[in-house]
Design a protein around this ligand. Structure first.
Ligand SMILES: Cc1cc2nc3c(=O)[nH]c(=O)nc-3n(C[C@H](O)[C@H](O)[C@H](O)COP(=O)(O)OP(=O)(O)OC[C@H]3O[C@@H](n4cnc5c(N)ncnc54)[C@H](O)[C@@H]3O)c2cc1C
Length: 699
């Protein structure tokens, strides 16, 4: 007879869970649905309030759903490091099997290896089933014969075409056995179960008896003061809770509260209510709603979805946080969207990479790349797929070869730019609205993420993508170790994508989707009364317009922190040098610390010059900002013409998902480089026409 711990992690659902099904197939006499509230997640990862809230809501929904199937059960939340706690539970509950969903990426990889060893030592059988991905990531990586990590959808598609199709989703279980302690009979109700299990854990050491040094202090200014000033993390005081004053003393194994994490939405300016509520029920509701619109699924084309959207009315599915925490099964979204598209009778059906299948395959691709590269994937040094650029504010390493945390301050100009970016105070409304939306809602559209990442790295600031990835790690509801670092590498042209000569315009790109600037009016309310003409570049508005809009640029809203075009030109030059040098995170010159000096010497660019005038002290518009008045602030017909002629070198709208040109094979790179140079040369020669508006139509 088996006695099973089912260890829930990023699979917070009952529907279509192969691992859960495998556990139930063991026909257990005792079944413990367990969640280890892992302090590593709290102290060593950058998790902001919104993601914690989403997670807690998802855990609560799961607990309620388990309880609906078996009223003597729920999700049993134990507080502590799984590596310390699980062996204790194996002993006390006489466990025969530990079952969980396979996770080969990021932090889970090492933790699970350790847990498996401990289980084997304790004589507990481990059952692991794939379920977080469509395919077994480890198997794809083994089948890859290119000798390099997979960085293109084509390579991935080639490999999976010879693998069996992912099985169709299965239903949620109709029954779940109760947790029964060794030598005991099934308890009469949940209260008795909770009391018995509580007693069984007497004397189990809490996390606080073996604390690790916190790596990430969520109270630090750098992390935006996410905790209340006096906020203490109380959820580790006992192994099984309760841990918050509002909970009753006898309430054990409950889902922790935000308060017990020392967090309070009010104290850090977060929204009182989550913009995206978590949990399996919400995930299934959202998916069903999207799939009802058969035309939406059949003709889904990512580049055509608008980045100017809110989490309350997303132009894409907004299912990523649910996939991240496994509230939604990947096979469910895969097959439901395919089925919906099949039933659509209209034309213009889309295909990968731009359609929904393509989007979900990107998720697989990043997981394969991360697994092949290993821990170095989160950084540049030691990362075999990330090109090396001489970015500002790179990760610094100590003598032990590990990243220094917190990072020592870098050069002042870049630090100021990073601070302005973080605060949503760059003076570029599209960027600021995106950052503020992310901080408030925990989500923004993919192409908004493109704009943010491109601006911070190769577009203008030349700041390492590692810094951007860290911020997203804190803010995103859907943060995922594979997709986040992978997309930052993509957008900074460090891996996956190499068309560095294409840069997003900070006003021209968003104008194509929304000339009214809806998102800006919402997230930068100080600019809400600006006319459409100036909404994306308010610093270009004449003073009378600024006064009328009750927002003086340089006083009520910052002047741009940099000169968009001048910086873009400098960055392009640097990119060319870095691409020609062909250094990767594993190159000798990078590992021995010489690459930065070599590149700086070659491209001859000194540090980006800050504007001479001091933005924020008066309304003196610097000359470089004036020069862009018509070019960036224009939306009217007459002005558009001016824009076209002045902005001829803009190559802002890119749709990497559409190009699928991202394998970093040598020939491919060389070809790209040639195309890059050729394209720029053509741009210089081209007669001044309205080609940018044509590009707009294409987008
Ligand atoms: C700089 C940057 C960082 C990002 N960080 C993350 C991250 O940490 N976690 C994350 O899930 N996505 C990340 N993305 C990818 C993408 O922006 C989100 O997956 C997408 O916006 C989620 O919204 P959606 O569910 O409405 O997407 P939809 O367009 O509806 O797509 C459906 C699903 O496909 C997957 N998907 C779509 N695009 C991508 C992609 N480019 N990479 C990986 N998966 C994709 C997601 O699971 C998504 O839920 C990042 C993108 C950028 C540019």
């Amino acid at each position: 007879m088996s006695r099973v711990i089912y260890w829930f992690r990023t699979d917070l659902r009952l529907h279509d869970s192969p691992a859960l099904q495998a556990a139930l197939d063991l026909k257990p006499e005792a079944f413990f649905p367990l969640w280890c509230w892992d302090p590593n997640y709290i102290y060593k990862h950058r998790v902001g309030l919104n993601r914690f809230r989403f997670l807690l809501e998802s855990m609560q929904t799961l607990s309620d759903n388990i309880h609906k199937v078996n009223n003597k059960s729920q999700l049993f939340v134990v507080r502590g490091d799984p590596v310390l706690l699980l062996p204790e539970l194996f002993k006390r509950w006489k466990i025969s099997h530990l079952v969980f969903e396979k996770d080969v990426n990021g932090y889970a990889r090492d933790r699970d290896r350790e847990v498996i060893k401990l289980a084997e030592k304790a004589g507990v059988k481990v059952v692991m089933k794939n379920g977080h991905h469509l395919y077994d990531i480890e198997e794809i990586v083994k089948k890859n014969t290119t000798g390099k990590p997979i960085t293109s959808l084509k390579t991935l598609q080639g490999i999976v075409s010879s693998m069996p199709q992912p099985p169709r989703p299965i239903e949620a279980p109709k029954s779940i056995p109760s947790p029964v302690l060794p030598g005991k009979k099934e308890a009469k109700d949940l209260q008795s179960v909770l009391a018995e299990i509580h007693t069984s854990l007497e004397g189990v050491p809490t996390y606080h008896k073996k604390p690790g040094p916190p790596k990430v202090d969520l109270n630090s200014a750098e992390l935006g003061g996410q905790r209340k000033k006096d906020g203490k993390v109380t959820c580790y005081e006992t192994v099984d809770g309760p841990d918050a004053p509002e909970q009753k003393k006898e309430e054990h194994f409950t889902v922790p509260t935000l308060g017990s994490l020392g967090m309070d939405p009010k104290s850090c300016g977060a929204q009182e209510k989550a913009a995206v509520p978590g949990g399996e029920n919400e995930a299934l509701r959202r998916l069903e709603e999207k799939c009802k619109e058969k035309g939406y699924m059949a003709t889904f084309s990512k580049p055509k979805t608008s980045p100017s959207c809110d989490a309350t009315e997303p132009s894409t599915t907004l299912l990523s946080p649910f996939l991240k925490f496994g509230c939604l099964s990947i096979r469910k979204i895969w097959y439901d969207s395919i089925d919906a598209a099949k039933e659509y009778k209209g034309g213009n059906k889309t295909a990968p990479p731009e359609n929904m299948e393509g989007q979900l395959l990107f998720r697989e691709m990043y997981a394969c790349a991360e697994f092949a590269v290993g821990d170095a994937y989160q950084h540049i040094r030691g990362n075999s797929i990330s090109r090396y650029m001489d970015w500002y504010l790179p990760t610094e390493y100590g003598k032990d070869g590990k990243p220094i945390e917190p990072r020592p301050r870098g050069d002042e100009v870049s630090e100021k730019r990073l601070e302005a970016f973080r605060a949503g105070q760059t003076g570029f409304p599209w960027i600021d609205a995106g950052i503020r939306q992310l901080r408030l809602q925990g989500w923004c559209h993919h192409l908004m993420r493109h704009s943010l990442a491109s601006f911070l790295t190769r577009g203008q600031c030349w700041i390492s993508w590692e810094r951007g990835a860290e911020m997203f790690e804190e803010w995103l509801l859907d943060w995922d170790p594979n997709a986040n670092a992978g997309n930052w590498m993509w957008l900074s042209c460090s891996a996956f994508f190499s068309q560095f000569f294409r840069v997003y315009g900070l006003a021209t790109f968003p104008q194509k989707y929304d000339s009214h600037g809806t998102l800006i009016r919402k997230y930068c309310p100080e600019l809400k009364d600006y006319p459409d003409k100036f909404i994306y570049a308010p610093h270009t508005a004449p003073l009378e317009v600024q006064k009328k809009a009750k927002c003086i640029i340089g006083k009520d809203y910052p002047l741009p922190i940099l000169d968009e075009k001048a910086e873009k030109a400098v960055c392009l030059n640097r990119m060319k040098t870095a691409y020609a040098a062909k250094y990767y995170g594993t190159s000798k010159e990078v590992l021995d610390g010489k690459a930065e000096g070599i590149l700086r010497k070659q491209h001859g660019e000194s540090h980006p010059q800050p504007p001479k005038e001091n933005p924020g002290t008066n309304n003196k518009i610097p000359d470089w900002a004036k020069a862009g008045v018509e070019a960036t602030g224009a939306t009217g017909k007459k002005d558009q013409k001016a824009s076209a002629s002045k902005d001829e070198d803009e190559e802002e709208e890119i749709q990497p998902e559409n190009t699928d040109d991202h394998d970093h094979e040598e020939e491919q790179e060389e070809e790209d480089e040639k195309r890059g140079t050729k394209r720029e040369a053509e741009d210089e020669k081209k007669p001044k026409s309205n080609s940018s508006s044509k590009r707009g139509k294409k987008a």
